[in-house]
Structure formats: C-alpha cells, structure tokens
Design a binder for this molecule. Structure first.
Ligand code: NAP
Length: 379
C-alpha cells in the first residue's frame, strides 16, 4: 500500500507496477480524481510494457481520525510505504533565485514540522489498527523517525537518502577503478545531511560517515578515491525528477522484503535510529548488517553527530527537537516564523504556520507558490 500519491508516490507506483512478482497494489491518497488518473496511467503503461499489475485507489485522509485505520484493517497490506507530506521539500526552490538562496542557507532540519506532522498521524493510525506488517516512510526519515522513536511510534524503516549516496559512490568508484558497477559493494553509514554535499559537490567539512568500497571481496576504498567519492559532484536535475532515484532505492528495499533470502541494502532510520545504515532485508524483516571495523554504538553516534549538519542541535527524550540557532534565525528573519524547538504535539500547528508564512513571503516576491508548484511538478 502506497500512502500519499504525490511526485514520489507516483514514481514508486510506476516502478512497482512493472516489478515482476508483485502482489496487488493499493494506493491511498486524498485527491480521488488525481489518484484514479495516476492509477490508470500506471496500469496502462505497465500493461503496454507487458505486465499485468493489479492496482486500486482508495481515498484516505490522514487527518480524518480512524480513516486510515479502517482501510488498513480492511486491506491488510503486508507492506505500507508512506510518502504523505504537507509540503514537498523542493517548494522553496520555486522562489526567485535570490530569495530561494536566502532560505537555502537554513539547513533542511528547520522544515521538520512539514514532514513530521503526517508521519506522526500515520503511525498513530497504524497503532489504532494494530497493524503488524512492515511500515516504510519517505518524509525526512533520518530525523522524523528518530523523533517518533522517542514516542514509541517508529516505523520499521525509512527509504532513500543513504542508499542514494551509496549508489552515487558505487557509480563513481566503478568509474575510477574501471570496473563494472555490479562488481562493487559499498558499506556506508551516513545521514541525510550528506546527500546534498555528495551530489552537489563539497570542499567543506562533511558530516561524519563510515565508508568502505569492496571489489571482488577486496577493500579498495582508498584506490577508488576515498573521501573524494563523497565530494565530487554528480549532477542531477532539480526538483521532482530526483524521485526516480529515490523510487529506485525504494523498489530495491521493497523487492528485498518480498524475498526469502536476505539482500544487502541501505536505508535510513531502521527501528527509529538516527541517520542511515547498511541493512539486510528479506521477507523475515529488516536487520542492521554487521560492519567490520565499526560497532553499532559507533554507527549510531556518528549519525547523532550528523544531525547538526542538518541544522538540528538535538532530539530530547520526549521527542522535542531543538534547532541550531543560525538556521532558526534565517526562517525568523525571512518569514517571521519563530521556532527554536519543536514539540511533536505542536507539529500540525507549526506546519500550518510555516506553510502560511512561506506562501506570504512568496507573494511578497511576486510568486504564487501553489500555482508555480502545479506547473513545475511532474503531473
Ligand atoms: N527519503 C528520501 O530519500 C526522499 C526523497 C524524496 C522525497 N522525500 C520526501 O518524501 C515526501 C513526499 O515528497 P513528494 O515530492 O512526493 O511530495 P508531494 O508531491 O507534495 O506529495 C505528497 C503527497 O502527500 C499527500 N497528502 C497530503 N496530505 C495528505 C493527507 N492528509 N492524507 C493523505 N495524503 C496526503 C498528497 O496527496 P493528496 O493531495 O492526493 O492527498 C501529496 O500529493 C516528502 O516528505 C519528501 O521530503 C524523501
């Protein structure tokens, strides 16, 4: 079951519809008209390509108490992937360049309420439904799921981020070593905060990470380029197009969860841990892969220490998240949005306020953000 049929959910749906051996796919989102059209498109495209997927749309609003719990109790999905969010991450990039650049100086963590709000509702609904299957989530899992863990509501795992970086590293190492990419195995512990530097390129300080590159069982990390593998740019198109990469990572994890044998993958936030890890996934579940040369405690500590590279100073024991002051200051000065911390129970109100203030700011710069988004998104 895919919950949230925005750009990422739609990309995952298109890939799932073409994945051999998949069972029935149920798609749940609020906008029934758009949802039915997207389901028709995925079904028709996959059928044209020679597949015969079973896909259905059901209308679900995560803000309507009990609605998702009822659908889940009825449909009994084995795997749930939620991509539902109040606002996509790339919306501020639609502002005029100087204003977009001003907001971009605030690191991603300060947008936390937008990504936490619906994931918290999702997990409460699944608790009500006594759901026992696997739950995967896309919205900023490196931090959101670590917050939810403090409330005893962590999803099984996130998707994307660390696997996106590991894929870029594998491609770059293969090129440097002049080896086919399938010969390379990457072990990476890394946080969402490393995604931008790893793709855009960086000569500055990187968030802490652990990286090993193996070729034919031999550790060739340094010969492959060492830290440069993370620093050299790997240019991608802006905005929603990156969802094809995230969807590829997500499909790898979902397919692993459908097989008896374990597959080595990477994903963020297994069991609500901060940041991303190498994992072993199969139909029996997801577990952390043992790492030669790094203990579990060291891996977690390294990801904890990465939070501040995303503008997050700390997550307290009740899930309250304290933001780094310079990042909070940028939103306060630009938008008039004042938040140096976020309590989970305030996520809805803070998300509403942040969205309203961003749109107000955009209007002052001459941009209708919602209209710009409708034009820029994939559908
Ligand atoms: N982990 C990663 O590597 C990675 C990569 C890319 C994106 N992301 C994250 O994935 C999330 C989705 O991104 P996106 O670009 O796909 O965003 P998007 O296009 O805005 O899609 C989000 C969807 O959520 C649905 N939604 C909103 N409110 C809902 C509600 N109350 N109940 C049910 N569904 C609701 C909406 O569909 P309806 O209007 O039909 O309800 C909307 O289309 C974001 O948090 C983004 O940051 C993560």
């Amino acid at each position: 079951m895919i919950i949230g049929l925005g750009d990422l959910g739609s990309a995952v749906l298109e890939f799932l519809a073409r994945a051999p051996g998949m069972g029935p796919i149920v798609v749940a989102s609020r906008d029934a008209g758009r949802g039915e059209r997207r389901v028709n498109l995925a079904r028709a495209g996959a059928t044209a390509q020679g597949f015969a997927p079973s896909i259905r749309f059901v209308r679900v609003d995560l803000e309507a108490p009990g609605e998702l719990a009822e659908v889940v109790a009825r449909e009994r999905p084995e795997i749930i992937l939620s991509t539902a969010t109040r606002q996509t991450w790339w919306l501020p990039s639609l502002l005029p360049p100087e204003h977009a650049a001003r907001l971009r100086r605030a690191r991603f963590g300060v947008w936390l309420p937008l990504h936490l709000s619906l994931t918290l509702k999702l997990m409460r609904e699944l608790r009500t439904a006594n759901y026992r299957g696997i739950t995967l989530t896309a919205p900023f899992p490196d931090v959101v799921n670590a917050v939810l863990d403090k409330l005893g509501l962590a999803p099984d795992c996130g998707v994307g981020n660390v696997e996106e970086i590991a894929t870029k590293v594998r491609l770059t190492a293969a090129q440097n070593l002049q080896q086919p990419v399938r010969h390379l195995r990457v072990i990476l512990v890394a946080h969402h905060a490393l995604v931008s530097p790893a793709f855009e390129g960086s000569s500055g300080p990187l968030p802490p990470y652990f990286l090993r590159v193996f070729c034919g069982g031999e550790d060739l990390t340094e010969q492959a380029g060492g830290e440069q593998l993370l620093r050299v740019p790997y240019a991608l198109p802006p905005g929603a197009a990156i969802n094809f990469l995230t969807a590829g990572c997500t499909l790898r994890l979902i397919r692993a969860l459908c097989q008896e044998e374990e597959t080595a993958v990477h994903a963020p936030a297994p069991e609500g841990l901060p940041g991303g890890y190498p994992l072993l996934a199969s139909a029996s579940g997801i577990r952390l892969a043992p790492i030669d040369g790094l203990t579990h405690e060291q891996a977690v500590a390294l990801n904890e220490a990465s939070h501040c590279f995303d503008g997050i100073e700390r997550i307290e024991s009740d899930g309250t998240t304290v933001f780094c002051q310079p990042d909070a200051d940028i939103l306060r000065e630009a938008l008039g949005y004042d938040a140096s911390s976020l309590k989970p129970e305030d996520a809805d109100d803070r998300a509403e306020e942040l969205m309203a203030k961003l749109r107000e700011f955009a209007r002052r710069t001459g941009v209708d953000l919602d209209q710009a988004w409708q034009t820029a998104r994939l559908s």
